[in-house]
Design a protein around this ligand. Structure first.
Ligand code: SF4
Ligand SMILES: [Zn+2]
Length: 338
């Protein structure tokens, strides 16, 4: 890998293609998928991909800007988006409100909507939002408290409507707020070059703050970010996962770094980036689960891009899916290509 300096915001913006067309009154996607819980069960998690203003950070690897608006959405739009998605999704016990940025960035999610949002999701067991470690502060505590208040409001409303309490309703108990933060990597040379404007101390402080305030944390870790060679990528991802658990994180999601945001495609052409091999993702999940420190998942979105053999790709992906859910290491897939 060449020894190039950090890449500027301008260069990152300049390499981008066009955004997708989005409607500020509609989420841009919604789905329900299973996830392992801390207690060892597998439960359904709804994810609502909220349409809102683009994140002001310019992380080198990020492609979330593609489904964002240029301007802040009007007050009321986010609760409407949540209503729209929930009306179309099957029941789930947990919900992710992912906004392609930072939930507690007030230019992203209007502050005046916090209460209406909390009320809409107070019946879930866990409410998971994304946030940059530098933005973990008073807003998180306010939203946590609004979830508690929202849970209390659910009881008379359900009684009025003659709705019995079912297993997907927590009753008086407020949802557990969980904040998902990007750690990306603990590699001392690579992290500063990702343009995330975060140090490991920032992440540690955010983890402590959340633990002290009864807010759960999850971390995103990149497998093979730019400027990293294949032979080292599993070790660094594993060290990053261990660091996240040391900071109080309960679940780590490891994401194979993907091109497609413009700047990573340029770095790929220059030899400073290549996606990880499927074998590295497999090794990462095996070693992450073997740590037995907390849940470790690998992100399987668009996994087909990592297939190298027409005979075993699907079976390998299926094995990873089962390992994600069971948190157990399954026998490797046999194939002549190995
Ligand atoms: S903070 Fe998150 S959403 Fe914002 S640019 Fe970085 S990775 Fe993307
Ligand atoms: Zn094969």
């Amino acid at each position: 890998m060449s020894d190039i300096p950090s890449i500027s915001d301008q260069a990152i913006l300049g390499a981008r293609g066009p955004k997708n067309r989005v409607d500020p009154n509609l989420p841009y996607a919604w789905l329900v998928e299973p996830e392992p819980t801390a207690s060892g069960n597998v439960e359904d998690v709804a994810t609502v991909f909220l349409t809102n203003r683009e994140c002001p950070y310019r992380c080198l690897f990020c492609d979330l800007w593609k489904n964002t608006t240029d301007e802040r959405v009007v007050a009321g739009a986010i609760p409407r988006q949540i209503d729209y998605a929930l009306a179309r999704l099957p029941p789930a016990r947990h919900i992710k409100l992912y906004n392609s940025g930072n939930f507690f960035d007030r230019q992203a999610i209007p502050y005046e909507d916090y209460s209406d949002i909390a009320h809409r999701v107070a019946r879930f067991h866990t409410v998971i939002v994304e946030n940059h470690p530098a933005l973990c502060g008073a807003g998180c505590l306010e939203f946590r408290d609004l979830l508690k208040a929202g849970a209390k409001r659910q009881i008379p409303e359900r009684e009025e409507r003659g709705m019995p309490y079912s297993s997907d309703v927590r009753g008086e108990q407020a949802p557990q707020l969980e904040i998902a933060m990007g750690l990306e990597t603990v590699h001392p040379d690579v992290l500063p070059r990702l343009n995330k404007r975060m140090t490991l101390n920032d992440f540690t402080r955010a983890g402590e703050f959340l633990s002290q305030n009864d807010i759960a944390a999850r971390a995103f870790v990149l497998l093979k970010p730019p400027f990293m060679v294949e032979d080292e990528c599993v070790d660094w991802a594993l060290r990053s996962v261990e660091f996240a658990f040391d900071c109080g994180v309960r679940i780590c999601c490891v994401i194979p770094t993907r091109s497609g945001n413009g700047i990573l495609d340029r770095l790929a052409a220059e030899g400073d980036f290549a996606p990880p091999r499927l074998a590295s993702l497999e090794a990462m999940l095996e070693r992450g689960i073997a740590l037995a420190r907390g849940r470790v998942l690998v992100d399987l979105w668009d996994i087909e891009r990592l297939f190298q053999c027409p005979h075993c790709g699907l079976r390998r992906a299926e094995r990873l899916r089962h390992m994600n859910l069971s948190q157990r290491i399954l026998p490797p897939i046999d194939c002549d290509c190995a």
